[in-house]
Write a protein that binds this ligand. Structure first.
Ligand SMILES: Cc1cc2nc3c(=O)[nH]c(=O)nc-3n(C[C@H](O)[C@H](O)[C@H](O)COP(=O)(O)OP(=O)(O)OC[C@H]3O[C@@H](n4cnc5c(N)ncnc54)[C@H](O)[C@@H]3O)c2cc1C
Length: 460
């Protein structure tokens, strides 16, 4: 990217936003770092808009000066998605975090992008509705939309792709568009909503999101189910999915991850490959689902089947699951995690997971596994000494083999974290000529290449 006049851009932004434009060291540093092992890249300037009009004004100033624009939600993404690799202006949406409209009778709402999923659910508490997408971290709706995020409940409720109905977007020239209306379905032209979902801020800046909501289930129960073998746990997850049992969550933690979780959250569960499950529905339906899964699990060597119906027990379990990143790195103090994210068709999951487990053992690295196995998606946290180039190279080679395996099985390098900077090298291998079409879309919508440059492709 060509250099731009940082001082002039800052002066123009400060004239419009006052103290909500910042160049303080602490503020820019906080907007360059992430929880991943990727290097930090702070922006030059951070702005905190309060309205769509302000965002459009910021984008126009950046467009005039050719300044990179990096949208920022909660900063929890794991592939360097929000790092300012070419500097520029970071737009932090913390002050655009309102629920703008709630249409309970239509099961939808319209929100500003900075609201986090936990705050949204807190605001929905008395409505009998909830927003189910749960990526573990308290991510923002704008960030989740832009990474096409999902998490533990996608197996039942879908991903952000399925739960975003419409968007308001500020384009790279400052124009504001709305991609759809509130009708449950529409066949009106190209599906621009889906184009911006997962675009990682490279095509435009999202300023409003219309979301699908779901009724809070009448009954919820959770189950912890350890297995005598890794293969048994995987086979159970696949059989449950193929039988069409509508589990709300089915998460696999291998015995290494369980050791980490036990130490981190004092869960005290048996150190074995384990499925964490959750069932939603009427009390009768929940009972039937739990019973059907119990039978399948026992056929595959389950060592136990412990239910948790009390809210506090379930919360403890899922909080432990949500903290697997920290539990995993806790297994090796001082380490950082190279996080993998492959996803394969469920029928190929056993092949993929068992070969991965063997590969990890042969690599000599510690890499606990945690997976959204109902979707064929799993993560390994390859624990690396950040000061050891040899170890980093070994971890990267292991990751490359995992991606190659996933692609051979007709899967993907990333089920939910996005490409960011971390998976650019795999995109071409995965989608070939389709990447040229993505580049053409990028050039059409962002001819100057100022929208979150350096992500998804090195150069558009
Ligand atoms: C402990 C932990 C567990 C996790 N588990 C999961 C998981 O299970 N599933 C999962 O999917 N993810 C998971 N993640 C990753 C992360 O939470 C998701 O990627 C999340 O969607 C990022 O949201 P965010 O608000 O933090 O976005 P950010 O990190 O702020 O940004 C992410 C991307 O979105 C862009 N962006 C942000 N706001 C906007 C906007 N308004 N307009 C346009 N672009 C925008 C950014 O530029 C960037 O490219 C986990 C992360 C952690 C730390």
């Amino acid at each position: 990217m060509r250099a731009y006049a940082v001082e002039e851009v800052f002066a123009a932004l400060a004239a419009r936003l006052g103290e909500r434009a910042s160049r303080s060291n602490a503020v820019v540093a906080a907007h360059g770092a992430s929880e991943s092992y990727h290097a930090a890249h702070p922006p030059d300037i951070v702005v905190f808009p309060q309205s769509t009009e302000e965002v459009a004004g910021i984008v126009q100033i950046c467009a005039v000066h050719g300044a990179p624009i990096v949208p920022w939600g909660a900063g929890t993404s794991l592939e360097g998605n929000a790092s300012a690799v070419h500097g520029g202006v970071c737009i932090d949406f913390a002050q655009m975090s309102q629920v703008l409209a709630l249409n309970a009778e239509d099961l939808d709402c319209r929100v500003q992008p900075g609201i986090t999923r936990k705050r949204l659910n807190a605001e929905l508490r008395d409505t009998g509705l909830f927003f189910p997408i749960d990526p573990g971290a308290d991510a923002s709706i704008g960030g989740m939309t832009s990474t096409r995020g999902s998490g533990t409940m996608a197996v039942r409720y879908g991903t952000m792709r399925d739960n975003v109905m419409a968007l308001e977007v500020v384009l790279a020239d400052g124009r504001v568009i709305r991609t759809s209306r509130r009708a449950k379905k529409s066949a009106a032209g190209y599906d621009l909503t889906r184009l911006f979902v997962g675009a990682e801020g490279t095509l435009g800046v999202i300023t409003e999101v219309t979301l699908r909501l779901h009724p809070v289930p009448e009954a919820i129960s959770a189950v912890v189910c350890p297995f005598g073998s890794f293969d048994g746990a995987v086979a159970t997850a696949i059989a449950v999915t193929q039988a069409g049992i509508p589990v709300a969550r089915i998460e696999l933690l291998d015995e290494v991850m369980i050791r980490g979780v036990n130490a981190y959250a004092r869960l005290g569960i048996v150190e074995a490959p384990t499925l964490f499950l959750e069932f939603h529905g009427t009390p009768a339906a929940v009972g039937e689902q739990a019973e059907a899964v119990r039978e399948i699990a026992h056929e595959h060597g389950a060592l136990g089947y412990d239910s948790a119906t009390r809210t506090e027990d379930r919360n403890r379990l899922w909080t432990a699951r949500d903290n697997t990143l920290y539990a995993g790195t806790g297994l090796r103090p001082g380490s950082e995690a190279l996080i993998t994210d492959v996803c394969v068709p469920v029928s190929r999951l056993a092949e993929c997971l068992v070969a991965t487990k063997r590969d990890i053992a042969a690599s000599g690295l510690i890499a606990p596994i945690v997976g959204h196995v109902g979707d064929g998606n799993f993560h390994t946290l390859i624990l690396i000494d950040p000061a050891s180039p040899e170890e980093i190279a070994r971890a990267q080679a292991l990751h490359e083999r995992m991606v190659a395996r996933a692609l051979e099985l007709d899967g993907t390098s990333t089920g939910e974290h996005g490409i960011g900077t971390g998976k650019i090298e795999f995109l071409e291998r995965e989608l070939g000529g389709a990447v040229d079409v993505m580049r053409a879309v990028k050039r059409a919508l962002d001819p100057q290449g100022i929208m979150n440059p350096g992500k998804i492709f090195v150069r558009a």
